[in-house]
Design a protein around this ligand. Sequence first.
Ligand SMILES: Nc1ncnc2c1ncn2[C@@H]1O[C@H](COP(=O)(O)OP(=O)(O)O)[C@@H](O)[C@H]1O
Ligand SMILES: [Mg+2]
Length: 378
Amino acid sequence: MTERFIGLMSGTSRDGVDAVLTEIRETGPVRVVDHCQLGYPDDLAQELATAATTETLRYRHLGALDARLGMLFARTVQALLDQTGLAPTAIRAIGSHGQTVHHAPDADPPFTWQIGDPFRIAEATGIDTVAQFRPRDIAAGGEGAPLACGFHATQFGSTDETRAVLNLGGIANITWLQPGQPVIGFDCGPANTLMDDWNRRHHQTPFDHDGAWARSGTPDPELLTRLLQDSFFQRPPPKSTGPEYFSPAWLRAGAGDRLDRARPEDIQATLAELTVEGVRHALEHLHMQPPARLLVCGGGAHNRHLMKRLAKALPATLVETTERHGVPPQQVEGAAFAWLAARTLAGEPGNLPEVTGARGPRVLGCIIPGGPRAPGGH
Ligand SMILES: Nc1ncnc2c1ncn2[C@@H]1O[C@H](COP(=O)(O)OP(=O)(O)O)[C@@H](O)[C@H]1O
Ligand SMILES: [Mg+2]
C-alpha cells in the first residue's frame, strides 16, 4: 500500500521551512512528489538567531517562539496542500523535525531541543503529526543525530558501488553506504552557517549566491590549517554538532585578528575550503577508499563554487547532486522526516544505533492525532 506523508524540515541555516510531499510504501525508495518552501519572516529569523546564540531567554519569549513556529509550519503544510490540490485526508501523517534551538549531545546530561509546537500543526491541519524525533535517541544514549542516514540508505544505497551522501545544510553531515556493510554517518563539520554569517556581515544578501564571493577570494592556508586543528575534526564517530559550536565566536577564537586584517573575500574562500576539507578529513580519517559517488544534498549543493572545490578535492569520486537520483537537493532532508514519520507509525525504529551510538534501535518521536479522536478510535 502506498500512503502520502509530508516531511517538514527547518535546519540550522534558519533559512525557512521546507515541506515535502512523498509517497511511501512498506519497502523501497520514497517517491518525492512536490515541495513548498516558506522563508522565515525577518523578525522571526532574527529572534531565532538570538534564541540560538543567547545564554538566557525568558520562558514567555521561548513559548511564544515555539507557538509562532508551529503556526508557520502549519501554514507551510497548507501552502503545499493548496499547491497540490490535495485534501488533508489524503495525507497519512506529517513528520515535523522542528527548529533546533540547542543541540548538546556532550552536555551532562546530554540534550537536544527542537521547537515549533506540533500540537498546532495537528490542530490547524487535522493531520496526524509526528514530532520530537531526536530526544528518544538521546535518551537511549545516542547523539540524537544524524537521523537522515536510514533514509539516505533506503533511497540512495547501491548494491554494486560505494556511495556517500553529503548533506550541506547549516552543518555538513555524511552518510557512508558500502554494499553489505553497516551504514556509517556523522556530522563532519561546519557548512553554510559560517559562510552565511560572514556573507551577511559584508553584504545585504542572506547567502553567497553560487559561492561567487568565495570564488573571488583566495583561501588562507595557514588559517585553514589552524581551524582544522579543532579536535572535532579528529574525533571518531559517533559525533554530531551544531551552529552553537561552529559559531562566529568559534571562528573568531580560531582566526583572531586575522578576521579584521584579511580581505573579507579571502575569509569567505577559506570558509568554503573549510567545508570541503571537513568532508575530505572525514573520509580519510576513517581510512576509507574514496566512494565511487558523492551525492550532495542540502542548500550547499546549489553552491557551484563549493561543488567544484569538492570535485577537485576528491578526484577519484564522481561528485553530483541527489537530483540525478530522483530527489532535488533541497528536498532530501524533508523527505527523510516524512520517511521517519512513516517508520514511527509503522512501529519501526528510525535511528541507526551504529550511527548515533544509541543503545539500540528506537521508535522515534511522539504521535499527535490530527482529528478530535485517536486514529482508529471510536
Ligand atoms: N544558490 C545557492 N548558492 C549558494 N548557497 C546556497 C544556494 N542556495 C542555498 N544555499 C545555501 O543553503 C542554505 C540552506 O540550506 P539548507 O539545506 O536549507 O540548510 P538547513 O537544513 O540548515 O536549513 C542557505 O542558507 C545557503 O547558505
Ligand atoms: Mg533550510
